[in-house]
Design a protein around this ligand. Structure first.
Ligand code: ZN
Length: 411
């Protein structure tokens, strides 16, 4: 995506003072002359910022303003135990609210709505972000937080919640419960704002039907404000991103090179206005792609695809990056192919061999055509030649962790 003039101006502005303001970037960019960074091409040579770097700045090493100007902190945890603390100024909190309000408007909400917030409150950014954006919109907020299904449903029916904010799994749980109790006619929900993660079309359909709502994917991460930096529109063809607050790049996670629009890679974000903890080229580890062209909704904000996975899921075969979501979308679109599949990568006689096992109800003597069809579709969509192997239902091992689809036996 091309860096526009406004973004270039903001970025060069940030770079001109960031070394003095932020001890973190003072150290990181110590040996780089930032005054020479004037164009997109220059910018693309700057080092990335990763979550590990942020941990080293614990507790407040990321702040780029005097401590008296910090009004709030949020924190994202990690597996290693050292949290990342993100400081916010008054303006950062306002900007986040403005972006979030914009998300609600994109989803068709207004001041008449009753917004039922089920994401958690506390150190992390979820609940309070959903709440403040809705208050800015002038809607009425029910700050539930997660859990206690009985109370959720009581509030939802008695206060006539019209919009549900939730993760996809919690939305599914609530929709199943509402269906089970047969109280759909007591529910006034019309919209669902769902935290963007990978969730299948089938799950989406079920939630939408059972709750009788239109669903929107909202994107964000604690390091960059929180949820609300982008949302899908009613055309459901990607997530519009607020590029007047943030600059987006898609990179090859292995080489760090910026990829052409349309190719799937890792989303990298630079903040344009953040005061408390500005971030330059922050690696999200989320896989997506830039969607080119105009959206029929008429919004001028650029789009990325729904997040298709994490960079950790990805492997490189024959010079091509592959990840489960690509196989998922090809196979799930095929009639006679069931939901279970496995990808085996082996190195035989100097060559990488990719074997794709998938389950089918078809009898053994009728599987050849299906295998050929799968191989052809995968070649078109993923760009590699695979050995297709159709197997019977239950032939593939079931695992708790659905994500473990690729088995790399090469090393
Ligand atoms: Zn749109």
């Amino acid at each position: 995506m091309k860096m526009n003039d406004y973004q270039t101006e903001k970025i060069t502005g940030i770079l001109s003072t960031i070394k003095e303001k932020s001890p973190f970037y003072g150290k990181k960019f110590e040996k780089i002359d930032l005054s020479k960074v004037r164009t997109q091409e220059d910018f693309e040579k700057l080092p990335f910022t990763d979550k590990e770097d942020l941990r080293e700045a614990y507790p407040l090493g990321l702040k780029a303003v005097p401590e008296k100007d910090i009004v709030r902190i949020h924190s994202s945890s990690g597996t290693t135990g050292v949290p990342v603390i993100i400081p916010y100024t008054k303006r950062d909190v306002e900007d986040w609210g403005t972006m979030f309000e914009r998300c609600y408007r994109m989803a068709g909400l207004n001041s008449e709505d009753v917004v039922h917030v089920t994401p958690g409150y506390g150190l992390w950014t979820a609940g309070i972000g959903f709440q403040y954006g809705a208050e800015k919109l002038g809607a009425m907020v029910i700050p539930m937080g997660p859990g206690n299904t009985d109370k959720q449903i009581m509030m939802m029916t008695d206060l006539h919640s019209t919009a549900l904010c939730a993760t996809s799994s919690y939305a599914l749980l609530l929709s199943e419960e509402i269906k089970k109790r047969g109280i759909r006619d007591k529910i006034s929900l019309r919209k669902g704002i769902i935290g963007s993660e990978r969730w299948g079309d089938k799950m989406r359909e079920r939630i939408a039907n059972d709750l009788g709502v239109e669903l929107y994917d909202i994107y964000g991460l604690t390091e960059i404000y929180g949820p609300g930096i982008g949302i899908s529109c009613s055309y459901e063809n990607g997530i519009h991103m607020w590029d007047d607050y943030l600059y987006f790049e898609i990179i090859d996670p292995k080489t760090g090179k910026v990829l052409p629009d349309g190719q799937i890679g890792e989303l990298v974000i630079t903040t344009l206005l953040k005061e408390g903890a500005p971030l330059i080229r922050y690696r999200t580890h989320d896989l997506t792609r830039i969607i080119t062209g105009d959206c029929p909704c008429g919004s001028r904000y650029p789009r990325i695809d729904i997040i298709t996975g994490r960079t950790d899921d990805m492997v490189k075969v024959k010079g091509t990056n592959i990840f489960p979501a690509q196989f998922d979308s090809v196979l799930s679109a095929m009639k006679d192919v069931e939901s279970e599949y496995q990808i085996m990568i082996d190195h035989l006689e100097g060559k990488d061999i990719v074997t794709v096992f998938f389950e089918t109800k078809l009898p053994e003597d009728k599987r050849t055509t299906l295998e050929k069809e799968a191989a052809k579709r995968l070649k078109d969509a993923v760009g590699i030649t695979v050995v297709p192997k159709a197997v019977g239902i239950g032939d593939l091992p079931r695992s708790e962790k659905k994500t473990n689809r690729i088995f790399d036996n090469r090393y």
